[in-house]
Design a protein around this ligand. Sequence first.
Ligand code: SAH
Length: 358
Amino acid sequence: MNTTDRVDMAELELAEIEQHLADMQVPRFHGRQIFQWIYRRGTTDLEAMTDLGRELRETLRDRLVVGTPAVTKREQSSDGTTKFLLQLADGHLIESVFIPDTPSQTFCISTQVGCAMKCAFCLTARMGIIRNLTPGEIVGQVRVLLRELGMLGTRFNIVLMGMGEPLHNYDATMKALRILGDEHGLAVTPRRVTLSTVGVLPALERLATEPFMPNLAISLHATTEDQRDRLVPINRKYGLQELLDACRRFPLKRRNRITFEYVMLDHVNDTPEDARRLVKLLAGIKAKVNLLPLNAAAGIPFERPADSRVDRFAAILAEHGVTVSVRKSRGRDIRAACGQLITESTRPAAGQRLAERL
Ligand code: SAH
């Protein structure tokens, strides 16, 4: 039988696997065994799932498969950050990044091939949107990283901060989180997951009702509607004020806060006036601010501000009681840092390409 006729269990929640088995007249409890093999032991080969019994394995072999992205390249930064270039079944490439010792171990995962959000300073935006990832491809990145890094059985965090806008691929992202969270598999609790978004409002409102509620990070990046319209174009549809109102309504567990990411662009959005406006905008929101000094790249029409400007901005926030941190950029030497994920096949042709700067 052809692979495409087989059901890909990587795309399924445990209950769906059980249902498929039942449809094949196979007892449901084998679903849990298979799920444990896939997620707890990192096994994708049905032949190796020895507690299933030989006859059953033979029956299932022709009908089920566990699709997994293939590693085509692995690059390690001097700071330990490791970037994986993964190939999907249809040949598209995505990137996933392991960021060690922050102090936790963090996997930065993609949700789309490319991105539709067109943020002015982001390299992934240059790809445009190629397609959504499936739930299995989102979870598959975690499985591949666990295997490649020898980390099965260890604790890790997940940030949905790779390529793509998770709330622009809502259903697949939420299903992926349910698969990751299943207690019979990796059992990743919501507090170990952070979803970062530009603020696709209808999807954000929906997220507020989910049983699996990850930590929320908002890519704010500007303090006036005009400025945000230019930097984060979705603001023209869902404006800054509306976004902040939605954040005010967002249900937070006790002691939890929304992270506001703020990319710092030299002499664009990094002035003391911006800092003071940001303090006002965040009034009444349980917030913390994460400043991201721009990771510059060829073709990105902005500069990274001097440290003194970043420090001054941070100091103004702190003086007004806003918790602030400056993101230490990781993996810049291998182009694995924020906003630097872009896969080879879609880079501009050599003739158009500006000189590499990093
Ligand atoms: N689409 C989601 C998930 C991506 S997270 C979102 O935008 O939130 C990646 C983070 O890195 C976002 O906050 C993004 O704005 C930021 N970023 C993009 N380009 C950057 C760059 N060149 N330097 C620093 N941060 C950047």
